[in-house]
Write a new protein. Structure first.
Length: 339
């Protein structure tokens, strides 16, 4: 083999390797660009009609957080296809919940100084009534019948992690529009005796029916699960270290966030379930910090928000401590199941 032939072979090999490398780089860049574009575009969101009326199929309603013209709008997907295309309602909410054809939307009113309001919606998401809200919205719930709605706002502060915050929780009867605008005026029973203190905070209502509900009481540096009675205007402490309770569909268990020893003061909570008959606590398989009022998707699984690329994603985990947590829906918060 002559020297010229060897040089030609070497040159061909260099060109071949170069073209392979260039192709690999271009392919990787293309795949990366596709991923970036997919992330930038997010889920498909289309405008349409969103109703709170019963339909043939079960649906999941959320506040849509995907970037675009429908960000913050209440949107819906089939419950069995949470990653599918979303139908956006045009109604924007910071917090939302719905049941039995009644919706509760906590909104910001933008002006020289932002204010907030709680809007009760009918089954077509039209406003029935609204009330001024005393601060930044944080929790919203509708009773199973749709006859009662409740919301919590931060009057001062914007996080439950520390102690320098104050909340205000209200309950409204949608049949009469009668309002209890501060549950701290209810009579508190703790350790079997009436209890009064200037430092009480109440937040995170979850309804059993049109009379009974559960919530969090904070006082003297501790938190308690309390059972509320709308008619008697009482709050009875049941269990310590419970925040943002959520009652199971059968009324026997409470999902909640619990402060755990050794956790960071800025991320202190883990997701637990409390059996109301035995007061036995069960830790779920979700080991990350939970700062949300979880929702029961059904009798066996929970849905909750965790930080995501566009604000929050929804995750789900079994309620009995088994299994693993998995992402249910990207770019969404404030879920409600209908049907």
């Amino acid at each position: 083999m002559t020297r010229a032939t060897r040089m030609l072979i070497l040159l061909a090999a260099v060109l071949l390797l170069g073209s392979v490398g260039t192709g690999a780089v271009l392919y990787a860049a293309h795949r990366s660009g596709m991923r970036d574009q997919q992330q930038a575009n997010g889920p498909t969101v289309r405008p349409g009609t969103v109703s709170l009326r019963p339909t043939a199929g079960r649906r999941l309603l959320v506040r849509n957080l995907a970037w675009g013209p429908h960000r913050d709008e209440i949107s819906t997907v089939p419950a069995g296809d949470p990653q599918g295309p979303r139908t956006a309602s045009g109604v924007k909410c910071l917090r939302f919940h719905a049941a039995a054809g009644t919706g509760l939307c906590l909104q910001a009113v933008h002006g020289l100084q932002d204010t907030y309001r709680a809007v009760v919606l009918d089954s077509h998401l039209h406003e029935l009534h609204h009330f001024p809200a005393a601060g930044i919205p944080t929790r919203a719930r509708v009773s199973p019948s749709g006859h009662l709605v409740a919301w919590t706002v931060f009057v001062s502060g914007d996080s439950y992690a520390g102690t320098s915050f104050s909340t205000r929780t209200a309950i409204v009867d949608t049949r009469t529009w009668a309002i209890d605008d501060n549950l701290e005026t209810f009579r508190i029973i703790k350790d079997g005796r009436p209890y009064r203190s200037a430092d009480t905070n109440i937040w995170g209502v979850t309804f059993a029916d049109d009379t009974r509900f559960y919530a969090t009481l904070a006082t003297d540096g501790r938190t308690y699960l309390v059972r509320g009675d709308v008619a008697a205007r009482t709050l009875t402490a049941l269990h310590r270290n419970v925040e943002c309770p959520s009652l199971s569909p059968d009324g026997t268990r409470i999902a909640y966030k619990k402060r755990v020893q050794g956790a960071s003061p800025d991320a202190p909570w883990r997701l637990y379930v409390l059996d109301l008959r035995t007061m036995k606590e069960t830790a779920t398989a979700e080991q990350r910090n939970i700062d949300d009022q979880a929702l029961w998707a059904d009798g066996s699984s929970l849905v909750y928000a965790l930080p995501g690329d566009y604000g929050s994603d929804l995750w789900t985990v079994p309620a009995d401590g088994t299994g693993t947590a998995r992402r249910l829906m990207t770019s969404a918060v404030a879920p409600a199941y209908l049907g």
